[in-house]
Structure formats: C-alpha cells, structure tokens
Design a protein around this ligand. Sequence first.
Ligand SMILES: [Zn+2]
Length: 96
Amino acid sequence: MLVVNRGVIMRPIDADALNKKLQERVGSPESDELYEVNLCIIEAPTLGVVPVVHGRWLRQKMSAFVFKCSVCEFKFAGEVEIAKYCPNCGAKMDGR
Ligand SMILES: [Zn+2]
C-alpha cells in the first residue's frame, strides 16, 4: 500500500515486524549494531493514522474514456465509477 503524505509517496510498514526480521537476518539482539538499529526504529516518528489522500478523476480531452488522477496524474482508461481508489497512488477518488 502506498500513501501520499504532503506530496511524498510513503509505504507504511510494521515496525515490530521489521525489528523481528532484522534479528532473524542480521544477528542477535545483543549485537551493538542491531541494538542501535532497533533504537532508531523504536524512536522513529509514527504517522498515528494513515492519512487519506483525496483525489478525483479528470477526464482527458483526447478521449472520453481516459481519465487522469488529480493527485499523481496516473492515467486510467475505463469505467472510473468503479475505481474508488487510484491504482497508482491509492488516493480515494471521492472528488474532494
Ligand atoms: Zn493517483
């Protein structure tokens, strides 16, 4: 899942799962390097709530069936009524 926050495309991750994966792949929790990495992950700011980005489909002049996402400019051909979210950036296409 990708989220656009203040114009930056972000991919929210599970910090606990990342810590577990690091321990599995890098080494024991007692190693100094892994300890520092774990601290960085623990102290990293959280989003709290995943922001919802709102967009709308903009009809293209060249075709009645080609639309462009107002957030990321991804072009979509087809029935926009059934595309409630942009498949490229994840914006909720509710016209706001
Ligand atoms: Zn988009």
